[in-house]
Design a protein around this ligand. Structure first.
Ligand code: OAD
Ligand code: ZN
Length: 257
């Protein structure tokens, strides 16, 4: 299970960290309250703030960090049952984890849909408008096009239901870089069997790790990359990890973060 904290080392702010989190830096947008940026009612009144955020998150502006590549390595080794992420930055895909292994529980910027006629909007049209500071509109009916990011009150993607089959058979749960504050995602952390170790790597103790800890829980506090590095060392995977990162970064070329 992953959240915004796995992408802060790539330069993307999380939501709730005081000072640096997105929710404390939205003043420029004149929102009634920070979460309004992900609410449909506000979006239809004033879609600008959301699209300003979308522009910042433009795919290609950011690169995966060791945390994403660690999860990719788990996949390469046949150890990753599924990655449930709340992130909409798409860095899990960029790191090379196949779509079949991913549940993007809060959706994605990779595709977009017209809010009126519900037709899919081609990515290039959508991004061309966003990058030019225009609100993207449907070619067919001129309705506002919204990326397939889940707003508050919207249903989660169907793939989220995979948790019903995945969590009971998992034999290890990693929880990385999330405040575990948003439901229904947060409760997934309780769905693994009680005999299964749960490992939290995060700046702070969160969710059920704080208020309903289990005997086999492991909590590694501090920076997520540091925690992952430590785990990689314990596993004896340091060299493989470095090789994978070198190969993948060469593919992506030099650039931001
Ligand atoms: P939050 O911002 O709520 O939580 C991020 C967590 O990561 C916090 O506990 C931070 O302390 C921790 N963190 C940040 N940087 C870290 C680092 N470098 N190393 C270790 N820990 C770090 O983000 P999420 O839990 O992902 O919803 O938020 C959940 C949802 O709330 C988001 O998906 C979003 C938001 O409203 C939607 O977009 C619908
Ligand atoms: Zn339309």
């Amino acid at each position: 299970m992953a959240g915004a904290g796995i992408s802060t080392p790539s330069g993307i702010p999380d939501f709730r960290s005081p000072g640096s989190g997105l929710y404390s830096n939205l003043k420029q947008y004149n929102l009634p309250y920070p979460e309004a940026i992900f609410e449909l009612t506000f979006f239809f009144q004033n879609p600008k703030p959301f699209f300003t955020l979308a522009k910042e998150l433009y795919p290609g502006n950011f690169k995966p960090n060791m945390t994403h590549y660690f999860l990719r390595l788990l996949h390469d080794k046949g150890l990753l049952l599924r990655l449930y992420t709340q992130n909409i930055d798409g860095l899990e895909r960029v790191s090379g984890i196949p779509a079949s292994k991913l549940v993007e529980a809060h959706g994605t910027f990779a595709s977009a849909t017209c809010t009126v006629c519900l037709r899919a909007c081609p990515g290039e049209d959508f991004w061309a408008a966003v990058l030019a500071d225009r609100v993207p509109c449907c070619r067919v009916c001129t309705g506002i096009v919204k990326p397939d990011v889940v707003f508050f009150g919207e249903p989660l993607p169907e793939r989220f239901l995979l948790h019903v089959v995945d969590f009971p058979v998992a034999d290890l749960l990693l929880v990385l870089g999330t405040s575990l504050e948003v439901e229904p995602f947060a409760s997934l952390s309780e769905y693994v069997r009680h005999s299964v170790p749960r490992v939290l790597i995060n700046q702070a103790v969160v969710g059920t790790f704080a208020w309903q800890p289990r005997g086999r829980d492991v909590v590694q506090l501090g920076d997520v990359v540091h925690g992952v590095e430590k785990l990689v060392t314990l596993l004896g995977w340091t060299e493989e990890m470095q090789d994978l990162m070198r190969r993948e970064r060469e593919k992506l070329g030099a650039g931001k973060s």
